[in-house]
Ligand binder design. Structure first.
Ligand code: CP3
Length: 356
């Protein structure tokens, strides 16, 4: 498959093969910091209308690639499309976070949930994947993604964003069997969702466990890691999805990298609170690493951005298996020119580092 790709640096790095320079993409690279995104978003009327139109989703997926020499595209969608398809009624009010009209609280709420139909409620996502693959013409690989079961459950039980997602945590303590039932349904849904994206043409798969780091060490293994491992196992059992590298990103879970590497994922996302040299030792060559510049660095001037980018590249060193990224998503106030400074510096310095 990568033979048809004009730029396969990203896939090569995920497979820990040598590359001429370090590949880079940016979490949330299609988003509000780009004026052209804001224009398309205004045209669509709402975030969900944008995400549910394969043509508009394709348009915004390609926007950052027109500006920067990025080494991967990521499907424009959201992790919360899955609970929306399960009937929870997702909306994004302007300037606010996500909200569910029907949060999951009771046994009856959990029992009512079923794995959504990938050719039904979620067909728009697969149509977007097919269209983006076609429009990319093999320029760079396309990343498909999902939220992790734990992170989806955080929003589904809380009903909206939160600092601590204490409603789901309370369910884990008070009714662990109910929490496990919810997480198992979500793990089966996430696996089916990623398998369908692989079938539609995604070339790598990423699982966003944004809120795994809210859990203590034992609950992390019981409620977050275990269900990501279930997802990876299900992907390995699918003849098509098993060929795609899987990236697991548990934010704030630097102490769990060795355990995450044992799931069979190809790569792990790392946030900026863990040094990449330490992360590399923790995973002992089992996986590639993706990260980990603090997104706030993009608010500094070009010289600081270049220096900090080089520091991240040096912390990984001249070993195969590094995909440069931010340690979390890019924020709306970042100047697009600063992203160009970052991408160009990573490629230039990565080339000297790797002797490319
Ligand atoms: O990376 C990309 O460019 C692909 C698109 C993408 C979006 N969301 C688009 C989006 C991806 C990969 C996501 C993942 C996502 N969504 C996560 C996991 C990654 C992370 O950042 O932690 C989470 C937790 C969500 C849930 C979500 N979606 C929230 C909390 C919000 C509102 C707050 C915010 O950050 O904007 C969204 C909305 C959203 N998803 C926007 C975009 C571009 C902004 C909505 C708008 O345009 O009004």
């Amino acid at each position: 498959m990568s033979a048809a790709l004009k730029n396969d640096r990203f896939l090569r790095a995920l497979h820990r093969e040598p590359t001429d320079t370090t590949p880079i993409w940016v979490m949330r690279q299609a988003g509000r910091y780009l004026p052209e995104y804001r224009a398309t978003r205004a045209r669509a009327g709402s975030f969900m209308a944008l995400a549910q139109s394969p043509e508009l989703a394709c348009e915004v997926t390609l926007q950052p690639l027109e500006r920067f020499e990025l080494d991967a595209a990521i499907l424009f969608s959201d992790i919360l499309t899955v609970p929306d398809a399960m009937g929870l009624g997702l909306s994004f009010a302007q300037g606010e976070g996500p909200r569910f009209a029907r949060p999951v609280r009771s046994h009856a709420d959990v029992e009512r949930l079923a794995v959504p139909d990938m050719d039904g409620e979620l067909r728009y996502v697969m149509d977007a994947v097919r269209l983006i693959r076609q429009e990319l013409h093999g320029r760079v690989p396309l990343i498909g993604f999902s939220g992790s079961p734990w992170t989806l459950a955080c929003y589904m039980v809380e009903g909206e964003g939160s600092r601590d997602f204490a409603t789901l945590k309370a369910m884990c303590w008070n009714e662990p069997a109910l929490a496990h039932c919810l997480l198992d349904t979500l793990a089966r849904s996430v696996a089916a969702y990623l398998i369908a994206q692989a079938a539609a043409g995604a070339q790598a798969l990423m699982v966003f466990d944004t809120w795994g780091g809210l859990l203590g060490p034992t609950p992390f293994r019981e409620f977050s890691l275990r269900y990501m491992a279930q997802v990876v196992d299900a992907l390995k059992a699918d003849p098509q999805a098993r060929e795609l590298p899987v990236i697991l990103f548990s934010k704030g879970a630097g102490q769990h990298l060795a355990a995450l590497a044992d799931t069979g994922a190809a790569a792990l996302g790392v946030d900026w609170t863990t040094d990449l040299a330490d992360a590399r030792h923790a995973v002992a060559g089992k996986v590639a690493l993706q990260g980990n510049l603090d997104p706030a660095v993009l608010r500094a001037g070009p010289e600081v951005i270049r220096r900090e980018a080089r520091a991240v590249l040096d912390s990984y060193g001249n070993h195969p298996g590094h995909v440069f990224n931010l340690g979390h998503g890019i924020t709306p106030e970042v100047a697009p020119e600063h992203v160009k400074v970052l991408v160009d510096e990573v490629h230039a310095y990565g080339r000297t580092l790797r002797g490319g």
